[in-house]
Every structure is written in C-alpha cells, then in structure tokens.
Write a protein that binds this ligand. Sequence first.
Ligand code: PHE
Length: 335
Amino acid sequence: MNEIIEKIRAEFSQAVQSVKSPADLEPIRVKFLGRKGLVSTSFERISELPKEQRPLFGKALNELKKELETQYEALAASFKNKEAPKRRIDLTLPGRKPFAGRKHPLLKVADEIKQIFTSLGFTIEDGPEIETDFYNFEALNIPKTHPARDMQDTLYITDDILLRTHTSPVQIRVMQRQKPPIQMIAPGRVYRRDTPDASHSPFFHQVEGLVVDEGITFADLKGVIQAFAHRMFGPDIKVRFRPSFFPFTEPSAEYDFSCVFCKGKGCRVCKNTGWMEISGAGMVHPNVFKAAGVDAEKYTGYAFGMGIDRIAMIKYAIDDIRIFFENDIRFLNQF
Ligand code: PHE
C-alpha cells in the first residue's frame, strides 16, 4: 500500500515541475486533490485491506493529502506574486512629471524689478542683513538720540550690532567702496519690531536705489520712478510725490502710484484715495555724503526705497502680507 502513496507523490512532483503558467494549475488540482482525484479515490480502496492495516493506510493518505495541498497552495501563491508586475503598461499615457519647485512670488517680483532697473543702467549691489549701528543709522544721519529711530526699532544682537531696518545702509557701503558715478539698486530683506497684521511683518523686502554723479537733480529721480512705474504696471500709471521727511535725504518725498485696480477712480483696495503708497525718496543729504567719504561740493545724488512685498501685493491683488511667509503650497502653486 505504501507503493500507492509513493506513486501518487512521485507523479505529483513531476506534474508540478511541468507547470509553466497559472493555467496549468487547475488540471493538477483536479487530478490529485479533486473530489474524484487520485487521493480521494485511494481512500475508497481502504476496504480492500486487511482490517489491521486500514488505520495506518488512512493516516498515511491523510498526511499525503495535507502534503500535496500545502505544496499546491505554495505553487499557486508563487504565481500570484509574479502576476503583479505583469500588468499591462499603457505606453501611450503621458509620463509622470517629477515634482519641481518654483520661484517664490516675491523672488519673481524682485527679478522683474531687477530686470527693469538693469535695463535702465543700474547695477545690483548687496549688503549684510546683520548690520552695525553706524551703517544702519549713524551714517544715514540718524544719531543715537534721533526720534526717527523710534519707528525703526529692531532686534539688537549687541548695542552696536542689529538686524538692518532698511536697505539704505547699502548706500553707505557702496559709496565707501566705489567712486561716483554710482547708479545702483540693492534688493534684500529687512527687519523691524512690528506686530504682524495684514500690512505688517517683522521682516519684509525692500529695494534701495542710489544714483550719485555731478549734476544729478530731483527731476532725474522723478523720471526714473516714472519709467519704473510704467514698465512695472503699464503706461497709464501716474506717479505722485508728496513732501515728507527722512534724515538721510533733503528734500524728501514719499511717492505713490495711481491705483492699478481702479485706475485712480477710488476703490476698496486704495481706500478710495485712487493712490497706492510705494515708499520714500529724496536727494542724498550732505551729511550722508560726508559719512561715506563723498565730496558733497562736487556731487549730488538721489536715493529711493521700494517695498518688494507691497509691489507684489499690488501686482497679484493680495491683501495680506503674511500669506507670503506661511509657505502654504496652495498659495505658492499659483505663481
Ligand atoms: N529707507 C527708507 C525706509 O525704509 C526709505 C527711503 C529710502 C527713503 C531711500 C528715502 C530714500 O522707510
């Protein structure tokens, strides 16, 4: 009776070896493990045996059945695992694009500003964000006791070292290292002790402008600002200068652009004034020339500031400066 078992086992392992695809599996299951398969029908032959051999044979057959079932399951499972990568690939589908970052809207606007000014003959200069009291205040005609310091409080690292409150210190650095003619802009980040709200952030971005040469006048300043406004926002934008005060320019002005949304008629964005404040400007104060080592008898010059964040808010109709710094991907993806 052992021969019967050995024979089935041998036949099974041969059959298993010839399996090439999942389609070959089912006939094997039927032949060996099916209801009328070799194992089942062998049970029927128990009665042919002498009584004392019957339990032994039955036990051996049951073990064989289990053995073949296990092997069969394992084989079937191995096909299932191999099947997955065989899924059809549709070569006509477009490829998957790897995720690529993009420029922050403020950087894009800064690039545009730089492009406009370089096309007008300006160079691009740089200065440190961690400044000394001298460059940020003293050399800009803002002595220790000057009330103008009140509006530009900042983080002091020591009594003398601070986070710059504007890009104006770059004026001094450039005048110290370069003789006129100077025609530069300096974009960068600045810091102030401000509580964040829709129009304030403890850090923001400015572009400084400085032009120094013989015979530079306020008319040159107005012409350049006007040219910039037209290139940035279109030819129908008007520019307005209002008298103002900065310790480092004399005379000083603040300048506005006519509202790009209502074209000056008055709307919610410009608070019905028809104008949008951009920043300050003026003729370089003789004390500033003196501090930077420029001959104030020979040269004149103008300087202006510009808020990059503010220009970006106008360009993209954004009403809250804080959204630039939240890094919300749903916002950033729009640019
Ligand atoms: N630095 C000034 C500010 O931050 C702006 C300014 C720049 C004014 C240059 C005049 C000339 O408010």
